[in-house]
Ligand binder design. Structure first.
Ligand code: FPP
Length: 238
C-alpha cells in the first residue's frame, strides 16, 4: 500500500518522508542549452529553490536541505563564484526580511568562517530569529561532508574524548538535532553523491532524475515522492 494521500492532485507526505534533500545540479547546462550564460542558470535555479521549497512544505515535508555551494565549487571561474555568492547573500537577506511570511527556520550547513563578518552575522541572526518555526530549510554552503566529519571529530578530540559513539558524531555535525534525510534527489542525470551528507545519508533513498534543476517542477517532485512511497525501506532488517 502506498504511504501517501493525494490532496488537490499533490502527493501528500507522512512521517516516512519528513526530510528531503536536493543536489541542485544542471543549472549551467540548462542555461547553455538556451544560449544563456551559466550565471542565468543559477538565477533560475535560485528562483526554483523558492518554488520547490514551498511545494515541499505544502506536501507535508518538514525539512528541506539544498546543496548550494560545495567546498570544491571555489574552483569555478571567479565570475560564476561571485554570481552564486551574490544570489546566496540576497537570498539570505530576503529570508530575514520575509521571515514572518515564510515561517521557515533557515540554517546554513558548512564552514561560514570564510565569509565576511557581516555575512556570518546575518547567517547567525537568521538562524536564531527563525529557530522557533517548525519547518526547516538547510542551505549547504561552503559545505563538504568529509570536511564536516573532520571538523566534528576534531571538536570531539578537543573536548578530550578518547572514544566516541555514533550519536556523539551525529551531534557534532552541522545537522545536529535533525532527523537524517529520507530521500536525496539529484537532478540533471548525474549519479554521484558529490561529498553531500555522507554520514546522514546512511539509510537515505536516492532519486536521480534527468531534469536539470531549473526545470524541476511540481510534476517532477510528485514523481520522485510517488516513487519513494513505492519503495520498501528495511534499514538493514527484513
Ligand atoms: C550545480 O549546477 C549548481 C550549483 C553549483 C549552484 C547552486 C546554486 C543555486 C541554485 C543558486 C543559489 C542558491 C541559493 C540557496 C539561493 P551546475 O552549475 O554544476 O550545472 P552543470 O552541471 O550543468 O554545469
Amino acid at each position: 500500500m502506498l504511504g501517501f494521500s493525494r490532496r488537490k492532485g499533490r502527493v501528500m507526505c507522512d512521517g516516512r518522508l519528513s526530510h528531503i534533500a536536493f543536489i541542485m545540479d544542471g543549472n549551467g547546462r540548462w542555461a547553455k542549452r538556451r544560449g544563456l550564460p551559466r550565471e542565468a542558470g543559477h538565477v533560475e535555479g535560485s528562483r526554483n529553490l523558492e518554488r520547490i521549497l514551498r511545494a515541499c512544505l505544502d506536501r507535508g515535508i518538514v525539512t528541506v536541505t539544498v546543496y548550494a555551494f560545495s567546498t570544491e565549487n571555489w574552483r569555478r571561474p571567479e565570475k560564476e563564484v561571485s554570481a552564486i555568492m551574490g544570489l546566496l547573500t540576497s537570498y539570505l537577506k530576503r529570508a530575514r526580511e520575509e521571515q514572518d511570511q515564510n515561517k521557515v527556520h533557515v540554517r546554513v550547513l558548512g564552514d561560514i568562517s570564510v565569509f565576511e563578518g557581516e555575512v556570518q552575522e546575518s547567517i547567525r541572526l537568521l538562524d536564531a530569529e527563525t529557530a522557533h518555526y517548525q519547518h526547516t530549510l538547510n542551505i549547504a554552503l561552503n559545505y563538504g561532508a568529509r570536511q564536516e566529519l573532520v571538523t566534528a571529530v576534531n571538536r570531539l578530540l578537543a573536548e578530550g574524548r578518547e572514544q566516541v559513539t555514533e550519536q556523539d558524531i551525529s551531534e557534532a555535525l552541522y545537522t545536529a538535532g535533525q532527523k537524517d534525510p529520507d530521500l536525496i534527489v539529484r537532478t540533471s542525470g548525474e549519479c554521484r553523491t558529490s561529498n553531500f551528507l555522507l554520514w546522514q545519508s546512511a539509510y537515505a533513498e536516492y532519486a536521480f532524475v534527468k531534469t536539470p534543476w531549473p526545470a524541476f517542477g511540481e510534476k517532477e517532485l510528485d514523481g520522485v515522492l510517488r516513487d519513494f512511497y513505492q519503495r520498501h525501506r528495511r534499514f538493514g532488517g527484513l
